[in-house]
Write a protein that binds this ligand. Structure first.
Ligand code: SAM
Length: 594
């Protein structure tokens, strides 16, 4: 098909409710700002021969509603794919962008039968264009733009979660061939639909799907960079739904990273340059969303446990109003291209539920509920640096029992860096009492303690010197400086720990924990009530109540832990040592407080 004979765009934008989305001049440039232009504009690049043949409707991306391959004519090239999109009506409802026009120049003549059957498949709920795109564009190339399309069962389950919220507008950031926006439009007749997609070829497939399904008249297609796309506020509720592109930070431009860091800082969040594009999308959503908006995103689960994910965890808990988190195991093939674990997060901005529903599934079901599972308090999510462990089911949760982590956070004691320097016998030092803290420094002290420690006198002290020496009384300061000179001469400033704290002499003890526990031995841990307000170093864990607990409740909890925890609850190492990491200790079941 010659470009000259293409159907002309009819009434460009005239059928679109522009009040619901405000594209601006800014996002006209954003293709270059956010992704290296070479990565997205190359949809029509010559492909290796092996990648050229794809049958329309073959579930190449595993996302066909029925999974039946179509027989008959095939799409061999991106040009033919563009030709089919055109014939399906990609140009009929809106003016297309310059980027899309460039792609349209590739359009090739296509068989009428092929177009007819593509239309039939779209009407049946399949995505033959998206599947052909998946087969024609090499996985490595799709990875560079994060173009991994979502299987139908996952799309349906997520749309089903959104539906009862009765949104007035649905926004699909990174809409690809339109799986979410079309599925949402099918089951919700009222909301205005906004699809944001940077890749012009995807945008054309999306427009074709919208034309076939009769959704074009209530959809705004923005061929734009989602993070920098301005979205106006509306009176009603917006639902954000989709699968943000997973593009590693190495492929992102410095400007893009700068936007991420500075925008996160505006929300008081310290973000990392190592975050990928999916993180940028989630931050952008937090910035665009209004109170009472809702959202449901599926992403690769990596951010739950890695350092760059800490900003996302804070965003979800503090800003987006996380309601539920469902881990999808790789067996469910959440992303058919990769053996990846996925996570579906549902949120309602402006609300702060006391507990977030957390679950894990090994199989995808379109009718499977997403917001379900055990309740994990927001406080615990806030304190837990790695979230995947929270999705594991408690070993034998029974009525009346909860995980210890729901009521207490568990923290390992401070590492001193050099015990010979920083742990002293109070009678043998000239250091002033203000820098000496009686502490548990040997596990055997807890094993010997029985139920409670009431007297701090027999314990050694940890030297914890304040950061600012000039605030000390002159005499104390002189003594401390003498001590520090000796410590430095002994190399106490040169080890790894000292070099990673500021200043090197500030051990930074935690405050006294009301319950202390050993965590590594050939016997069950000792849990001890710390009535002497001892500090602890890294031979012990401290249990800190998340909410105030009475002395009585703390005693009861200690008694219960002393009598119930066995070696089988921990992780056994060769040689028979049983170890409880803080998060493992938080998984212990304890009676729920009345
Ligand atoms: C993981 S795919 C999801 C596609 C579709 N929503 C689905 O789930 O099947 C992410 C999509 O985001 C698009 N994308 C990448 N960077 C973008 C950006 N900066 N702004 C908007 N879309 C972008 C990619 O082209 C890709 O189609």
């Amino acid at each position: 098909m010659e470009i000259a004979s293409l159907p002309r765009p009819r009434g460009a934008h005239s059928r679109v409710n522009l009040a619901l989305v405000v594209p601006s001049a800014r996002h006209q440039n954003c293709e270059l700002n956010t992704l290296q232009s070479g990565r997205l504009a190359d949809g029509h690049r010559e492909l290796p021969e092996a990648m050229r043949r794809a049958t329309l409707g073959r579930p190449a991306m595993g996302g066909s509603a029925r999974g039946e391959p179509m027989s008959g004519p095939v799409v061999n090239t991106i040009g033919q794919l563009v030709g089919v999109a055109l014939e399906l009506g990609a140009l009929e409802y809106a003016r297309v962008t310059a980027g899309e026009r460039a792609v349209l120049r590739q359009a090739e003549q296509v068989d009428r039968d092929l177009v007819k059957r593509a239309r039939e498949h779209i009407l049946r709920g399949d995505d033959p264009l998206g599947e052909a795109f998946g087969a024609l564009r090499a996985a490595s190339e799709r990875r560079s733009t994060g173009a991994t399309f979502t299987p139908n069962a996952l799309v349906t389950a997520m749309v089903n979660w959104v539906k009862p919220w009765e949104p007035e507008r649905i926004v699909d950031p990174g809409s690809g061939s339109g799986r979410f926006i079309v599925a949402a439009g099918r089951v919700m007749s009222k909301p205005h639909l906004v699809a944001v997609e940077l890749d012009p070829l995807c945008a054309l497939m999306l427009r074709a799907q919208l034309a076939v399904t009769g959704l074009a008249h209530r959809t705004t297609v923005c061929v734009a960079d989602y993070p920098s796309l301005p979205l106006n506020r509306i009176a009603g509720r917006t639902a954000f739904i989709g699968n943000p592109p997973y593009v590693r930070h190495h492929s992102l431009t410095p400007q893009c990273k700068h936007w991420y860091m500075t925008s996160a800082a505006k929300l008081g969040i310290k973000a990392s340059q190592l975050a990928g594009l999916h993180a940028h999308f989630i931050l952008a959503t937090a910035l665009k969303a209004s109170s009472r908006d809702v959202g449901c995103f599926v992403t690769a689960a990596e951010w739950l446990d890695v350092n760059y994910g800490s900003a996302l965890r804070t965003l979800f808990v503090e800003h987006l109003g996380l309601r539920s988190m469902q881990l999808v195991e790789p067996t469910a093939k959440p992303f058919p291209d990769a053996d990846t674990t996925a996570v579906i997060c549902c949120f309602e901005t402006g609300t702060r539920v006391a507990a977030v529903k957390v679950s894990r599934v090994a199989r995808l079901r379109a009718n499977g509920a997403i917001e379900r599972g055990r309740a994990v308090s927001r406080a615990r999510l806030r304190d837990t640096p790695r979230w995947t462990s929270l999705t594991r089911r408690a070993r034998s949760a029974t009525d009346g029992y909860i995980e210890l982590g729901e009521i207490c956070s568990v923290h390992r004691g401070q590492v001193t860096g050099q015990n010979q320097i920083w742990i002293v016998d109070p009678g043998t030092t000239e250091l002033p009492p203000s820098v000496l803290f009686a502490a548990v420094t040997r596990a055997r002290e807890l094993f010997a303690a029985g139920f409670a420690i009431t007297d701090a006198t027999p314990f050694r002290c940890v030297v914890d010197i304040p950061r600012e020496l000039d605030r000390l009384p002159p005499e104390s300061r002189r003594v401390i400086e003498r001590f520090l000179r000796r410590a430095r001469a002994a190399g106490a400033d040169a080890n790894y720990i000292a070099q990673h704290r500021k200043p090197w002499w500030s051990v930074g003890l935690r405050k006294p924990a009301p319950i202390l526990a050993t965590y590594m031995a050939r016997r069950p841990p000792a849990f001890v009530r710390n009535l002497a307000e001892l500090r602890h170093v890294n031979v012990a864990h401290g249990l800190y109540p998340r909410l105030p607990m009475t002395q009585n409740a703390l005693d009861e909890l200690t008694r219960y832990l002393q009598s119930s925890v066995s070696c089988a609850d921990g992780r056994v190492y060769c040689g028979g040592l049983t170890k409880f990491e803080p998060r493992e200790m938080e998984r212990l079941l304890v009676p729920a407080p009345c």
